[in-house]
Design a protein around this ligand. Structure first.
Ligand code: ATP
Length: 136
């Protein structure tokens, strides 16, 4: 059987290396839509939105929640650089639920002093973390 082609995926934040493995296929939450990347993909740089990095390896899929950032693809290496990123096993579900409720309350209060964009971004991050863990 032909040797399967793999590519390196690295997901890093200012705090830690969240993921570093040779993988088969990854889907990135590109700012302009999902980006599926196989080994030997053409070089690219893309902004990412808050969303899920889906890693496919030998039949299983791992989800990594990222809060924006950038991806670079080059020489069968995919690098994701994000302010915050958590593998599904790192996510504290109660914390994400609490963040979701706080953001929803801020948005519902219609207080002219609240920063709507910030509250919406916080809600997106919380929902994304819940989605990564199958809670939303
Ligand atoms: P919170 O209001 O709960 O702090 P947040 O969306 O404002 O949520 P971020 O600013 O995106 O948090 O992240 C700050 C740090 O906390 C990052 O290192 C991020 O990975 C981590 N983090 C945030 N929420 C969670 C969570 N639910 N589980 C695990 N780590 C989390």
């Amino acid at each position: 059987m032909a040797e399967e082609k793999l590519q390196r995926l690295e997901v890093v934040t200012p705090q830690e290396r969240v993921y570093s493995q040779d993988i088969r296929f990854v889907v990135l939450p590109g700012a302009e839509g999902e980006l599926g990347v196989l080994p030997e993909h053409a070089p690219l740089v893309s902004a990412l939105k808050t969303g899920l990095v889906r890693v496919q390896n030998e039949g299983n899929t791992l989800k990594i929640a990222v809060s924006g950032g950038f991806a670079e693809v080059r020489n069968s290496k995919v690098t994701v650089l994000a302010n915050a990123a958590e593998r599904e096993d790192q996510i504290n579900i109660e914390r994400a639920k609490a963040a979701k409720e706080r953001a929803e309350q801020r948005l519902a209060a219609k207080d002219p002093d609240i920063d709507l964009i910030r509250a919406e971004a916080a809600l997106k991050r919380a929902l994304n973390r819940l989605r990564a863990t199958g809670q939303a």
